[in-house]
Ligand binder design. Structure first.
Ligand code: 3PG
Length: 369
């Protein structure tokens, strides 16, 4: 069923609560990748131009339900101000007096950023009175936070029950359109490239001191069996670049699949894997990529991810990249512009492509008729 869009609403003079996903990487109090902020600009600009009184709401990081100055949205508000070329004030809380007073003072075309909603434990609990408090700030609710649409939290789901209208923003709609095409009628061969750390261990291979999500081993085994039964070819790395430390100066070796000695970690795919994966990528008509193939941020372990990025760019396939790290990797490889779609969702894009209904989308108002 189609959801109501922000374009269907009369925003003039209305207090619009816009849930965005400004969960962006920070270093020393600065935003290091503003992709998610830029991606929300069309909706923000539209709401302001149409005379909305705009309240932007987001989470940042995982502050565990308590205020944490290191996870304040202040640097995000500053970056948004740079991008919009106008000041973006930040209310010190997303509910309560400060937020209410800020919302009441907004004039048409004004914008206020609200502080990190995860500073309240009620947010992740999808608490009803917290949802009501958020809803009380606004006349209309718009969700543009595709990256958080797989979370059933108060600001993504609960709030929608207590507002007259809950509509989708332009970014959310665009993500659903591109990812929906992959789900419904992908051109084949369809290759999914998924960075991960657990499948080889699930097969019983020796992975040394490599990162393994022990609690996911059973799930990885089950998936491998399911892939086999469903005629899906699951390709795992056949060689690795290994080291004892994740450091630029650490000595490295290339070893075959089962050859990671005790104390060493697999930190990138090796040249044989790059060649094999490159062949598959070259034959693909549709590619979805989520998760770098190694610790590409550290120089000795970046070659595999960079080579895969180049192969994806050269494939001629429909290419969709999901998640902040993978988007950062294709940017670093200098091929971001050659991708069909850079998704702002990591977990959200994966869950959507698994066929799950995203709670943040389900909560929105249906388009009439
Ligand atoms: C993301 O970065 O994937 C989203 O912002 C959701 O964040 P979360 O995994 O902390 O819920």
């Amino acid at each position: 069923m189609a959801k109501l869009s922000i374009a269907d609403l009369d925003l003039r003079n209305k207090r619009v609560l816009l849930r965005v996903d400004f969960n962006v990487p920070l270093r020393d109090g600065e935003v290091t990748d503003d992709t998610r902020i830029r991606a929300a600009l069309p909706t923000i600009r539209y709401a302001l131009e149409r005379g909305g009184r705009l309240l932007c709401l987001s989470h940042l990081g995982r502050p565990k339900g308590k205020p944490d100055p290191a996870l304040s949205l202040a640097p995000v508000a500053a970056r948004l101000a740079d991008l919009l070329g106008r000041p973006v004030p930040l209310a010190p809380d997303c509910v309560g007096e400060a937020a209410a007073a800020g919302a009441a003072a907004l004039r048409p075309g004004d914008l206020l950023m609200l502080e990190n909603c995860r500073f309240h434990p009620e947010e992740e609990r999808n608490d009803e009175s917290f949802s009501r408090a958020l809803a009380a700030l606004c006349d209309l609710y718009v969700n543009d936070a595709f990256g958080a649409a797989h979370r059933a939290h108060a600001s993504t789901v609960g709030v929608a029950r207590f507002v007259s209208v809950a509509a989708a923003g332009f970014l959310l709609l665009k993500e659903l359109e591109y990812l929906g095409q992959l789900l419904e009628a992908p051109r084949r061969p369809f290759v999914a490239i998924l960075g991960g750390a657990t499948f080889l261990a699930a097969e019983g291979g020796s992975v040394g001191a490599s990162r393994v999500e022990r609690e996911r081993l059973a799930a990885a085994k089950a998936l491998a069996a399911e892939a086999q039964a469903g005629r899906v070819r699951l390709l795992l790395p056949s060689d690795h670049v290994i080291a004892e430390r994740v450091e630029a100066g650490a000595p490295t070796r290339v070893v075959p699949r089962d050859g990671i000695p005790a104390g060493w970690m697999g930190l990138d795919i090796g040249p044989d894997t790059v060649a094999r994966f490159g062949g598959e990528i070259g034959r693909a008509a549709t590619i979805f990529w989520n998760g770098p193939l190694g610790v590409f941020e550290v120089k000795p372990f970046r070659a595999g991810t960079m080579a895969v990025a180049a192969a994806v760019a050269a494939s001629g396939a429909v290419t969709v990249i999901g998640g902040g790290d993978t988007v950062a990797a294709v940017r670093e490889a200098g091929v971001a512009e050659r991708m069909t779609h850079l998704s702002t969702g990591g977990g959200a894009s994966l869950e959507f492509l698994e066929g799950k209904v995203l709670p943040g989308v389900a909560a929105l108002t249906e388009k009439p008729g």
